[in-house]
Write a protein that binds this ligand. Structure first.
Ligand SMILES: Nc1ncnc2c1ncn2[C@@H]1O[C@H](COP(=O)(O)OP(=O)(O)O)[C@@H](O)[C@H]1O
Ligand SMILES: [Mg+2]
Length: 618
């Protein structure tokens, strides 16, 4: 390109023009020259063509070199102009350089040779200027187009420069309006502003500083600031320069993520069930407080460990591992989404029953599995208790039925034996009397007759006694008439008479007005206790205490027999004992039995006393 330079030559002297041509042509052989020698020609030449270079004399007949220079620069500010003169002086040179002259070469043999290199240098400078301008333009358009706010701010907060993105980010209509505001006013929080400035002063540069700014409309935005200090000399801070990115939506997303994490955390923390999440490798990645409690292990100790080895009993581990592998390979599982009851393992290798539901967590990437686990030990125990007590209830009902049958049999036997015999005797006597009444003749027969007659009331008395005995055994009237203490005394008396076992009775009750239900219950329990002693205890002595203690009636029966064993005590089929307990529980009381091998058995009954009178007052 330099080879075909178009150069405009402004010089009145033909020799000088030839000289210039020769000197330049030496370096640039393909140079084209046009020469002008009048103002008219000059203005035409400037107007019509874009010259690569203008070489002008200073002293011209029709003008001077500076005027030429100015005329050229007005039209082509870029076009290099060199003054080639013999008449100029230093003053002219300075003036011309100020007006944009590229070089000044003297027309003297010593300096001719410099002309070509002046052209060369002028062209070089032009190239550099153009490159610089291009770079500036590129930089400018980058600043204009980049979606990040860019700024330059003076030390006092005056905004020196801002790009369109920043103007828009802060909600200003144009650059002018933004530059009119002091940058310090944008900070929403003065402590954050201080922090930012201090950090900048401390380290010259600050990165990823997050803070809040007010927009022009008063709205708050979150921005990330990157900035550095610009110093012109080493001491003085000239300005700050940097970028501002609107991160409001990221911040909001972070905030809502944090909130949802917090909510999730709160749910996990307060869940009554264990919530455990494992990854596809079967390792624990989540273990909530309920899980810690239920399994007796700390979250920090189990995270990252394999679930199977920690909370699955040895017998089920392989099954669990195979199930997981099978699912990962085929996508099929018999466990997912179902509620199942299993045995789990807590610390110290203790097994316990759990209810478990496993769900797959659908996220990008490998699957996670979350298990919800409930400790059902209590429920299982309650279920067993319920089953047992149903069983007992059924047995008890049967027992009561058979007891009633026994009672009926006994009564019918007694009625049959005692009353039957007595009445049969009476009937026979009556028949005899009837027959003999007509035949009574002599005095001896009359005596016999009268004696028979005399026997009759006795027989009737016998029958009455038998009736009373039967009735008493069914329900001793002494209980209703004289109360519990008297009834127990009577029962002890009967017991001693029947069995020969010696009894000692102490009673410290005073004026106890027990309601009939309670009295009957205690009395029946007492009867059953005595029956057991006869049947099982092999005792020779029985001690009975009846007392009141803290609003409770207490009956203790101690025998010196073989002593009841623990197994006998807990046997669910011990219906006599069960009946005793049932009676006590119905009245909010309890029965305690202590048996000591070879040292006898003590039965203690405790029943709250609700004195009838008090009950009525209420
Ligand atoms: N005072 C006692 N001394 C020793 N063993 C007793 C005594 N009372 C009860 N037992 C034992 O407890 C068992 C349960 O008693 P119980 O429920 O009344 O049943 P049953 O009297 O019908 O056998 C008895 O079979 C007996 O082995
Ligand atoms: Mg019994």
């Amino acid at each position: 390109m330099e080879d075909s330079l178009n150069i405009l030559l402004v010089d009145d002297n033909p020799d000088d023009r030839a000289l210039a041509r020769r000197e330049i042509g030496r370096e640039f052989p393909n140079c084209q020259f046009q020469q002008v020698t009048s103002a008219k020609e000059l203005s035409q030449a400037i107007e019509s063509t874009r010259w690569d270079m203008v070489v002008t004399d200073y002293q011209l007949l029709w003008t001077d070199g500076i005027t030429v220079l100015l005329a050229v620069k007005v039209r082509w500010p870029d076009c290099p102009v060199i003054m080639f003169t013999g008449s100029g002086n230093e003053e002219v040179a300075v003036q011309a350089m100020k007006a944009g002259l590229d070089d000044y070469v003297l027309k003297s043999p010593k300096h001719y040779a410099r002309l070509a290199s002046a052209v060369h240098m002028a062209l070089e400078r032009l190239k550099q200027r153009r490159a610089l301008r291009q770079a500036e333009t590129r930089y400018q358009s980058l600043c204009d187009d980049v979606p990040v706010g860019l700024f330059r701010v003076a030390r006092d907060g005056r905004i020196i420069d801002a790009n369109p993105a920043l103007i828009e980010m802060l909600g200003f209509p144009d650059r002018q309006a933004l530059l009119a505001v002091n940058a310090m006013n944008f900070f929403a929080d003065s402590t954050e502003r201080h922090a930012l400035l201090n950090a900048l002063k401390g380290s010259e540069i600050i990165r990823f500083f997050e803070t809040r700014f007010y927009r022009r409309d008063g709205k708050l935005i979150w921005a990330e600031v990157n900035a550095r200090v610009i110093r012109h000399d080493l001491e003085q801070v000239a300005c700050y320069e940097g970028s501002l990115e609107d991160i409001t939506s990221r911040k909001e997303a972070e905030q809502s993520f944090r909130e949802s994490e917090a909510r999730k955390g709160a749910i996990l923390d307060s869940a009554p069930d264990a919530v455990i999440t494992i990854n596809e490798g079967g390792c624990i990645i989540e273990f909530n407080p309920a899980a810690e409690r239920i399994f007796g292990r700390r979250r920090d100790d189990v995270l990252g460990k394999e679930l199977a080895g920690l909370i699955i009993p040895h017998s089920l581990r392989e099954k669990h591992r195979r199930g997981l592998e099978h699912y990962l390979a085929t996508g099929h599982s018999v466990m997912l989404g179902k509620r199942v009851e299993l045995t789990a393992l807590r610390a110290q290798d203790k097994e316990f029953p759990v209810e478990l539901t496993i769900n797959k967590v659908n996220l990008d990437g490998p699957p996670l599995f979350t298990g919800f686990i409930r400790d059902i030990t209590d429920r299982k125990r309650a279920e067993k208790q319920l089953r047992d007590s149903r069983e007992q209830l059924r047995a008890l009902a049967g027992y009561l039925q058979s007891v009633r049958e026994e009672e009926r049999t006994r009564i019918s036997r007694e009625v049959h034996d005692e009353l039957g015999q007595a009445l049969t005797g009476l009937k026979m006597d009556l028949a005899w009397l009837n027959k003999r009444r007509a035949e009574v003749g002599d005095a001896q027969e009359l005596r016999q007759f009268e004696e028979k007659l005399k026997e009759l009331p006795e027989r009737v008395d016998g029958i009455i006694a038998a009736v009373r005995k039967i009735a008493t055994e069914l329900r001793p009237p002494v209980l209703d008439d004289f109360g519990l203490e008297a009834a127990i005394e009577w029962q002890i008396h009967e017991f001693e008479k029947r069995t020969g076992i010696h009894c000692r009775f102490t009673c410290t009750l005073k004026d106890l007005d027990l309601d009939p239900d309670r009295a009957t219950a205690v009395f029946r329990i007492f009867q059953e206790t005595l029956t057991n002693i006869v049947r099982h205890a092999e005792a020779t002595q029985v001690e009975i205490h009846l007392r009141e203690e803290g609003q409770k009636l207490i009956l203790e029966v101690h025998d010196n027999g073989r002593g009841m064993s623990g197994r006998e005590l807990s046997g669910t089929r011990s219906l006599g004992l069960l009946g005793m307990r049932e009676r006590a529980t119905m009245l909010d009381g309890e029965v305690n039995i202590i048996g000591r091998q070879g040292k006898g058995t003590t039965v203690g009954v405790r029943i709250p006393i609700h004195r009838t009178s008090e009950g009525q007052k209420k």
